[in-house]
Design a protein around this ligand. Structure first.
Ligand SMILES: C[S@@+](CC[C@H](N)C(=O)[O-])C[C@H]1O[C@@H](n2cnc3c(N)ncnc32)[C@H](O)[C@@H]1O
Length: 234
């Protein structure tokens, strides 16, 4: 019960990709930490919550499943946008699944969404199953693979792609990934990119090289940036 007063380390484990992964419990909730940055857990969920509210919702009664009449999806009362799709269900790709803190948010928004989660580190997945019920989601397909390799070889198309590839506090510098990602988006699909800027890394922010508008030579229709706590979500 001491974890209700202060955060407790439950275990420290070593992974070849992430190095030391620390499992913490605080106020009854688990979180995973690498190099002082939370990878999965309540803070990560909180960061994404706001931005998920900005995404298109499904008209009442459709529960995330789209028929032809439901092809128009309302967006925050004002804008209407169309997510055209060959089949029925919204398809979501998560690049950097870790323990899947954002999955409940996706399922709340679109209960029948088909989710593909890409994760390079098998230990993250194992911890997800142990502490976050990662194996209990019916519509989640987990692929333990380097996202670069996955993107090279897949021809699948997605309505929503979430880019959350971190190693501790660091994002990959390979912005070429984005041209491939753009090709995997369905018409009117949405790409969400998490750009962490936490305390100490704020000033020598490696992501200065990674600004979407300037450096990513991909023709996205609209780019919006939402600053949420310490993060930028594009
Ligand atoms: C911030 S965590 C992701 C959090 C997750 N989206 C959630 O909702 O809990 C970043 C994850 O990206 C993974 N990762 C980093 N580089 C990767 C790569 N090249 N391919 C696949 N996964 C990668 C890391 O192992 C780490 O688990």
């Amino acid at each position: 019960m001491i974890d209700w007063i202060s955060p407790q380390t439950i275990e420290n484990l070593y992974s070849d990709f992430n190095g030391v992964i620390r499992v913490q419990r605080f106020s009854g909730k688990f979180s995973l930490w690498v190099d002082g940055a939370q990878q999965s857990g309540p803070w990560v969920e909180k960061v994404w919550t706001k931005v998920f509210q900005l995404l298109p919702t499904i008209p009442n009664g459709h529960s995330g499943k789209r028929g032809t009449s439901a092809s128009r999806i309302s967006r925050n009362n004002d804008t209407e946008r169309s997510w055209t799709s060959q089949d029925d269900k919204i398809k979501v790709l998560i690049l950097g699944l870790a323990s899947g803190s954002m999955i409940p948010l996706i399922q709340k928004k679109w209960p029948e969404a088909k989710i593909t989660g890409i994760e390079i580190d098998p230990l993250m997945i194992a911890l997800g199953k142990k502490y976050f019920h990662l194996d209990k989601y019916e519509n989640l397909e987990i692929k333990i693979i380097d996202a670069n390799k996955y993107l090279q070889n897949t021809t699948a198309k997605f309505d929503l792609i979430i880019f959350d590839l971190y190693k501790g506090k660091e994002l990959p510098q390979n912005t070429k990934l984005f041209s491939k990602i753009a090709k995997l988006l369905k018409p009117n699909g949405i790409l969400m990119v998490n750009q962490l800027k936490l305390g100490a890394v704020k000033n020598d922010w490696k992501l200065k090289k990674f600004k979407l508008q300037k450096d990513v030579k991909v023709d996205f229709n609209t780019i919006k940036i939402y600053t949420q706590i310490d993060n930028k979500l594009c």
